[in-house]
Design a protein around this ligand. Structure first.
Ligand code: TPS
Length: 222
């Protein structure tokens, strides 16, 4: 199994696209376009009203996984440990409401990426102690893509974590677009994670390109 060291994870977080069948009518087409645009990582998140279950969830996951494999970008499964293992995913992302990160790390072993959503410095420290490879920090701005999203927190936590000396790869999420991505990067994020800015864009390929350009120039100026 591929080894994902910290530098590789940090690079992959630059433009982390998340989607499932609830976010767009053809996730596979949108993923292909996002990869053409330069997406560096993908999370299969099959959640919300009308989300696929069982065999249909697995079947779409296989297609999306194969697409990521072909492109050489990490394929991450949201929340569902059984699915992550069934799909031989490169990793899994869990929130604070999901299984504890320590349990997830024990179940998936050292070879897979474990990502954890954190909303406070305490949650971040716990996730790191539990063996997280990266943290998802947000929502930075208001989001309509997550029903149970926490309160908007701006860039405060990103700054707090970096000021506290936490060096783990961090990805910003929540309402991010090409117009505001630079703020998150300047505040300490290694990249941005998006659903709607790409999944609902007229051209997902162009949306990714514009996001990447914003991230790259903000990283340079840091
Ligand atoms: C890496 N999460 C927080 S806000 C949000 C999601 C799915 C919606 C963003 O949509 N960090 C990572 N993965 C996750 N699944 C979460 C956090 C949870 P939009 O870009 O449309 O605002």
């Amino acid at each position: 199994m591929a080894g994902w060291n910290e530098a590789a994870v940090r690079r992959a977080l630059r433009l982390y696209f998340i989607a499932g069948s609830v976010n767009c009518s053809s996730p596979l087409d949108v993923l292909r376009a996002a990869i053409e645009g330069g997406a560096t990582m993908f999370q299969y998140r099959e959640k919300g009203a009308g989300a696929l279950e069982g065999k249909a969830k697995l079947a779409l996951g296989m297609q999306l996984r194969d697409c990521c494999r072909e492109a050489g970008i990490p394929f991450i499964v949201n929340d569902d440990i059984e699915l992550a293992i069934a799909l031989d995913a490169d990793g899994i992302h869990v929130g604070q409401e999901d299984a504890p990160a320590g349990d997830i790390r024990r179940l998936v072993g050292a070879g897979r990426i474990v990502g954890v959503s954190a909303h406070t410095v305490e949650e971040a420290r716990q996730a790191i102690a539990d063996g997280a490879d990266y943290l998802g920090i947000g929502p930075i701005f208001p989001t309509s893509s997550k029903d149970d999203a926490r309160a908007v927190q701006g860039t405060r936590l990103l700054e707090e974590l970096r000021n506290a000396g936490i060096a783990l790869p961090l990805v910003a999420i929540g309402g991010l677009t090409a117009d505001n991505a630079a703020i998150a990067i300047r505040s300490g994020a290694d990249g941005v994670s998006v659903i709607s800015a790409v999944a609902a864009a007229p051209s997902p390929r162009l949306a990714v390109r514009q996001l990447l350009a914003a991230v790259a120039s903000a990283l340079q100026g840091r």
